[in-house]
Design a protein around this ligand. Sequence first.
Ligand SMILES: O=C(O)CCC(=O)C(=O)O
Ligand SMILES: [Fe+2]
Length: 211
Amino acid sequence: MDVAEETLLEQNLFHEIIESMVQHRPYVCHQQGNLPMLLALHQEVTAQHQGGHLRRAGVGRADGHHINDALRTDLILWLDGTTAAQLAYMAWLERLRLTLNAALQLGLFYVESQFSCYQPGGYYRRHKDAFVGEENRIVTVVTYLNPQWQAHHGGALLIHPSGHGLTLTVQPKLGTMVCFLSEAWPHEVSPTQCDRYAIASWFRRNPGPLL
Ligand SMILES: O=C(O)CCC(=O)C(=O)O
Ligand SMILES: [Fe+2]
């Protein structure tokens, strides 16, 4: 695929994401384009996991931050942009951020990303990534990094409707990504039977006045 074709595919993807947001739907894509980048990210997170560099994820921020087994049991590692694959992924997120801002005036200011690993038995119970009125996480993007995933491994992402409607089930296969408004969609990771890897990212707004 040449650069022009790649750019066109990316523009189509971003357009579909924007369409979903306008129609108040979570967006699910099964063919996130750049396979070599995703495979490199998969290798990176599995190596970091084997090296013992992932840490239990907490809930809450700053002083309120604590481990909560009843809510989530995943391990995480924040992306720091120190590998070529991370830089490529962060550049993609940055293009998405600028496109969302231009199309929807969301005022997205910042993106934070973490690798996650749910080990066998791992889960994340129903939650929202942001609460209405709190100017924090506005858009959630999750990209899955599991080349051999099968439905019987469990570990599906379930996105629940806030009101009426059907629950959306997403298998965490490599190449699948989801994107949704953080405060609009309660979701959960159902218990997994195999190591389950992903990158979760959140676009944020400026947390407060700079002065
Ligand atoms: O990995 C997933 O499918 C979603 C993870 C999630 O909900 C979160 O980290 O807030
Ligand atoms: Fe979440």
